[in-house]
Design a protein around this ligand. Structure first.
Ligand SMILES: N[C@@H](CCC(=O)N[C@@H](CS)C(=O)NCC(=O)O)C(=O)O
Length: 216
């Protein structure tokens, strides 16, 4: 039976971009359904009734939501170009860092993006402090898992354009190249991977979309 893979997403969603990258790295053909989050489609609500968010991957009619869960599903379903290491301890470590990024870095950067003044400065300071742990984790490595791109890289991929966007839109500096050389190097290595590089949303369109969100 031919496989049917559908991805419900928006073009701005950093969580959905992880899934796009994973499918491309695995070479999986898929159909993309772009959602309007101000008017979610009945299918999105049917497939993700709990969170009502994108991304949702639908594989042969079965929906999977939450981007990190989707990445693991993709890795278990299509074995080529593995995203997680084989060793159980290394797998646990990868899951730890992917979750750390979503729990302890992304929300702070997002808060910095949506706020101003003291609240914004506090969010940036807290994000910078948490990124120190990430900097240490990257010491001596090209990617989080070593030489090959993997799940943790995809999970942190949002940082590359969100941080430069935040730095462009505000006067704040998040990543100082002298204090965070490994993070800067990782961002360069990550961006150079063709599958990653070819999938970014157009920067001007993204700035306009994020300014609209910030305005609201
Ligand atoms: N933890 C979720 C976060 C997904 C998420 O926040 N998606 C946003 C778009 S970036 C969304 O669909 N928001 C719609 C809403 O909150 O109603 C994941 O990793 O998939």
């Amino acid at each position: 039976m031919a496989e049917v893979v559908k991805l419900f997403r928006t073009w701005t969603s950093p969580f959905a971009l992880r899934v796009v990258w994973a499918l491309k790295l695995k070479g999986i053909e898929h159909e993309t359904i772009f959602e309007d989050l101000s008017n979610k489609s009945p299918l999105l609500l049917q497939y993700n009734p709990v969170h009502k968010k994108v991304p949702v991957l639908v594989h042969n009619g079965k929906p999977i939501s939450e981007s990190l869960v989707i990445l693991e599903y993709i890795d278990e379903t299509w074995k080529q170009n593995p995203l997680l290491p084989e060793d159980p301890y290394d797998r646990a470590t990868a899951r730890f860092w992917a979750t750390f990024g979503d729990d302890k870095v992304f929300p702070l950067v997002w808060r910095a993006f949506l706020t101003q003044g003291k609240e914004q400065e506090d969010a940036v300071a807290a994000a910078i402090a948490n990124l120190k742990f990430v900097e240490e984790e990257l010491k001596g490595k090209k990617f989080f898992g070593g030489e090959a791109i993997g799940l943790v890289d995809l999970a942190f991929g949002w940082m590359v354009n969100m941080i430069s966007l935040l730095e462009q839109l505000t006067s704040l500096k998040l990543i100082d190249a002298e204090k965070y050389p490994m993070l800067v190097l990782w961002m360069e290595n990550f961006s150079e991977v063709p599958v990653i590089n070819e999938s970014w949303p157009p920067p001007d369109k993204l700035i306009a979309a994020f300014l609209a969100i910030r305005g609201r």
